[in-house]
Design a protein around this ligand. Sequence first.
Ligand SMILES: Cc1cc2nc3c(=O)[nH]c(=O)nc-3n(C[C@H](O)[C@H](O)[C@H](O)COP(=O)(O)OP(=O)(O)OC[C@H]3O[C@@H](n4cnc5c(N)ncnc54)[C@H](O)[C@@H]3O)c2cc1C
Length: 562
Amino acid sequence: MKTRKEALEHIADSEFDVCVIGGGASGAGCGLDAQLRGLKTVVIEAGDFAAGSSTASTKMVHGGVRYLQEAVNDLDINQYHLVEHALRERLTMLRNAPHLTRTVEFLVPCFSNFEKVYYGLGMKMYDWIAGKSSLLPSRLLTREEALFRMPNLQAENLVGAVAYADGQFDDARYDLALIESFTRAGGEALNYARVTAFTKSHSGKLASATVVDQATPGTFLIRARAFVNATGPFSDVVRQLASPSATPRMHPSKGVHIMLPLDGFPDKDALLVPKTEDGRVIFAIPWNGRLLVGTTDTGYAPGEEMVVKSDEVEYLLRQLNPYLNSPLTSDQVVSGIAGVRPLVAAPGVADTKKLIRDDEVEFDEVSGLISILGGKWTTHRLMGEETIDKVQDYLGGSRAPSSTSEHLLAGALDYKPDYWQTLKTDFAISAPTAQHLAKKYGTEAPVVLELTRSDRSMALPLIDGAAPIRAQVVYALRQEMARTIEDVLARRIGLQLFDWRLAIQAAPAVAALLGRELGWSPEEELRNLQEYVVKVNRMITSAGQRPEPVPPAVRKLTLERS
Ligand SMILES: Cc1cc2nc3c(=O)[nH]c(=O)nc-3n(C[C@H](O)[C@H](O)[C@H](O)COP(=O)(O)OP(=O)(O)OC[C@H]3O[C@@H](n4cnc5c(N)ncnc54)[C@H](O)[C@@H]3O)c2cc1C
């Protein structure tokens, strides 16, 4: 990827075939599809890439067993098609970025023989719909097998479990890999740049977008022949910039996850809690050495702060604990994440839990805006293909076929599960660091590690005992357009989701490296550091815990500057 400054120089006041607004899963998927078809494309993101819903997912690449259940219970063909498409895309998503994905087996605990038959048949149907895209066939486990694989499972009255397979992925890094692959194919991408208005041609069609640069303040224009609105839960805002009278279509809902230590849980198998008090399912999934538990599905109030609240922590633990031998407690929570689902409203459906997670490509005949609404991470590629088909129809001429289904993402080429061992040997690094780098960057990891050849301090851990190293911060800034401490710790490296408190402790080292590269003044470095610590502590206290003390390095800097 270009540096942000270079990208800005190429994008500002330039002309493109396609301007994609939004750099989450949908926007990155559309951008890659368009560029690979030979259309000169730019992706414009208001915040950081993947900072919206696309980093707040359950990190499952799945058809959705709950949607299948609803398809059967409600005889709903739309739900069925969603599951069918998602199961096909699941395999593509896994294949195109093996370093960022894996297959996980989910255990559905059964407390009666009826449940065993019911869930067993349901999962066989899931296998059957997947057909050739199946990952592993589902199977019945005896009580002993279930307890052997998941010793913390509630043993009383357990008769066995049904095991079925789905995919799992690193959502933030997958988004970055899509953006990286898009720019390598010749596309232009810019974060911290918000589209705030459009100008129109004589025929009333969108001709250019006004973009406010939020990082190095300024405004510029982007001219394009077609504009794609991929702004997720907030798509109505851009729809109404194009056509002020457009009727709102989105009905967003909030969902949160919490992270807990993995102690007592296996690293390979996940748990599906089949019944919650509000008639849904939740998951407890091993994720990068932690247990990810989620999600909730509640109303979203516009402007609501996106933090995990203590009652949401209690709700998740209340659903999970009846299925465990040793219950988990709220003080064990090490981090969490909240996000907004980009659901499309349906007439007469007020409950977001009942809204289908399907996507829709909307074409505004008057302005020419093409909006990709709704959808799931799992179907982002297909959504990109459908959207760019529409773009090509709008632009006229012949349709070039989509090639994203066969396009390996950055870091995927020649990747093998034991690739980390090559890194360990070639760069003399610890096994945990080699594994961490292989999973985050795949076969691109040597580019990160090359930074350690000329400066050995770059191989030092960001904080003692943790796998991430300093070189990743410099790489994030030079090659991945990171601008802030949170860009680095939350999305590029993932430490913030691993552990809020560790992220606060790592922040001074990140700020020092960012400050050096970006030319921050000492006052700016301190201000950015203080803001980050306050923000993460707000997440911690909102979840009902005591704040993390300000790190000594921040206290020292504060004293020096006062
Ligand atoms: C709690 C939860 C759990 C989920 N779990 C799963 C799961 O396990 N598997 C799965 O497949 N899916 C899951 N999903 C769904 C999936 O995360 C979303 O469908 C997907 O991330 C949506 O991507 P998006 O690009 O449409 O939206 P976003 O990621 O929100 O991206 C939209 C982007 O547009 C930008 N933007 C907005 N306005 C402007 C503007 N004016 N100018 C420029 N940029 C702008 C925003 O900053 C944002 O980054 C989950 C969602 C949630 C919330």
